[in-house]
Design a protein around this ligand. Sequence first.
Ligand code: IVH
Length: 716
Amino acid sequence: MTEAPSAQISVEQLTIEEAQAELERLAVEIAEHDKRYHGEDAPVISDADYDALRRRNDAIEARFPELVRSDSPSRRVGIEPSEGFGKITHKVPMLSLDNAFDDGDVRDFVGRVRRFLKFDPLMGALAVTAEPKIDGLSLSLRYEGGKLVSAATRGDGSVGENVTANARTISDIPQELKGDVPDVVEVRGEVYMAHADFQALNARMEANGGKTFANPRNAAAGSLRQLNPEITASRPLKFFAYAWGELSEMPADTQMGMVHAFESWGFVINERMQRCESVDELIAVYHGIEEERATLGYDIDGVVYKVDRLDLQTRLGFVSRSPRWAIAHKFPAEQAFTILNDIEIQVGRTGALTPVAKLEPVTVGGVVVSNATLHNEDYIKGIGQDGEPIRQGKDLRIGDTVKIQRAGDVIPQIVDVDLDKRPDGAVPFEFPTTCPACGSHAVREENAKGRVDAVRRCTGALICPAQATEKLKHFVSRNAFDIEGFGDKQVDAFYAADLVKTPADIFTLEARDRQTLTKLRNREGWGAVSARNLFEAINDRRSIDLNRFIFALGIRHVGEGNAKLLARAYGSWGAFYDAMIGAGDHGSPEWAELNDIDGIGSIVAEAVTEFFAEDHNREQLAALLAEVTPKDAEKIDAGDSPVAGKTVVFTGSLERMTRDEAKAMAERFGAKVAGSVSKKTDLVVAGPGAGSKLKKAEELNVEVISEDGWFELVGA
Ligand code: IVH
C-alpha cells in the first residue's frame, strides 16, 4: 500500500522552493509507481490518481521551467529496463500516446491536426484510422533478411529489455516473414493475454499454491518478462501488430496499407481497424467498439486514432513523448454500487495508518471487488489532496451505499455515496488516534512550513509489531535481500514466535536453533529438509550487493533507484556510512556532497541522514553488520580520461544521447555527475535551451562546452 502524499496547495501559490521540493517528491513518487506498474506489474494506485500526479508535475514544470529535473517524469516513458535482461537500444524510440477522454477532445485532435497541416476542408477529407487500444504491453520485433533477430520491450522508450528468447515462444509472432520483405523490418505491436487463457492460467497457479495475477495485462507482462523462456512458452500469449520502427523500405504509404502489409508477412492484425473520413465516423467506430468490448475476449482500454497518410504523419511529427498524428480515446471507467461494510486500518512500514474499505463483493468490469483504498482520513471525510472536496464533499460511513469505479487499474476507488440510502444512525467515521497494532499515539505531523501531513503515523516505531513486521517483509523482499523461502508468511510466524524481531535475528536464527530444543524442523509446517534449505538460503545472503543492502534498510524515500545512486556514489558501505553520519550536520561538506549527487535531492538527503541520526537504527545496523557484509559497488575504471575525478553538470537538451546515457558515459570516464552548478563544478556540458545553470556557470567562470565538445573531449 502506498502512502498518500501530503496535503497540497495549488500550483499558482507555490513558492519556488516549494515547487522544487514538490518536483523532487513527485519524481520519486512517480518513479515508484512506474516501477510498480511496468517493472513489477503490480500497480498500487489508480490510473486516475497516477494521471493526477503527472498532471501536477507538468503544471509545476510549466510554471517553473527552470526547475525541470533531469529525472523528471516528463522526460521519461515507462521505466528503465530490468537488470535481468540484456538491453536493446531502439533504433526508433518507442513512444506513448496522448489521451482523449471525450468527443470534444477528439474534435480538438482532428482540428489541431488540420490546422498544423493547413489542411482545410476544401482539400477534401482527412483520413484517420480507428482501432482498439489493446491493454497489454508493447513489443518491438526486428527481422533481418526476413528472420526474427531480436525482440525488445519498450523499457524507458529508448532502451528496452531483450526478450528475444521469450518472444520466439509466442505463436502469433512469425520466426520468419512470408513473401518478399524488406531487408530490415521492425514490427511493433501489443503482447496480451485473452480472458479465457488468463482465467485458466490463474486457476493453474492457484492450484499449485502460487500467487495469481490481478488482471490479464499483468499476466501478459509477468509472462513475457520471465528470465526462463520455458515459463513464457507455457503461458498463452498473443500478439497484434499495429506499428513499426526501422524499415529499410516502406511497403505502403498509409497506416492501413502498412498494417495490411504486416498481415501479408504473417502477422495477426486487429480486424476491427477502420479508416474514417470525419470526426463523427471516428466517434461512431469508438461506440461500436465500446459495445463489443465485453465480448471481444481480451482487454482493451480505448480506441486509437491515427492519421492515415504517412507523409502527413511525417509532417506532423512528435511532441515530447507522443506523436502529433495519433491519440488514444479512452473508455470511461467502469462503475458499480455496493455497501461499505467496514473500514480497516492497516499500518505500514513507516507507521502510516492507511484506511481500507471492506466492501460487499461486487463485480466491476468483470472483476470482483471487495476492497478499495481510502488513502487517509481526509479522504474518508470527502477532502482531496489539494483540500478540494471529493465526492462533492460527502463523507463515508459504515453501512453506506457507495459507487465504486475501476479504470483499468487494480485498486478501485469510491467515487460517490448515495445519501438517500444511508442507514439511520450511521455516524461519521472516527479515525483512530492510536495505532491499532501497538496502541501508541498516531499523529499527523506538521512540516517546517506548518502544513499538516495528510497521513497519520504511529509513533511507536520500535515497539510497533505492525511496523516491525512490515519492515522485515521489506527487508527479505525480492529486490532487497530476496531470501528464498522467507516471505510474508514466515515473517509473521517467526515474529509471533519471538524468533525474528529484527533483520539481524534472521542471520542468527540457525545458531540459535542449534542451541534450543524447540528446533525449527519440529515446528508445524517445517521439516528437516525445509529448515536446512531455509538456513542455506539465509547463509547465501551473508554477502550482498551494496545497493540491495541500502534498499533493504527501508529508509523513507530510498527506493531501488536511489539506493543504486547512493551505492554508486559512495562505492563501499564504510564510505557511505561515514558520509551519512557526517552529513547529519547540514553545514558539513558531506551534506553538500550528498545533495550534489545527481538524482538525490533534499527530501531524500534529509530522510537518509535522519535515519542514520537515530541511535536505534545504528544499533540495529551494527548487529546486522556483524552477520552480513555488503559488497563494494562496481568501481568505475576511470583510466586516464581527461574528465577523471571531475564534477560535470549536463544542462539543456542533449541531442546525441539521453540524460541517462550522458550520466552513465560520464561515470564510465571517471567523472562525477552533479545536478546543479556550484563552485565545485569543473565542467558544464550545455545543449540548446540551457538556462539558469548555464548562467550560473558563466557567473562562476566554470568551463562550458557543447555536447559535441564533450564527445571530442572524452574521445568517444
Ligand atoms: S500506436 C507512436 N496502437 O498504447 C505510438 N498503441 O499509450 C505507437 N497500444 O505504448 C503506438 N494498442 O503499448 C498503438 N492499436 C494500438 C495500441 C497501442 C495498445 C499501447 C502501446 C503504446 C500505448 C500508448
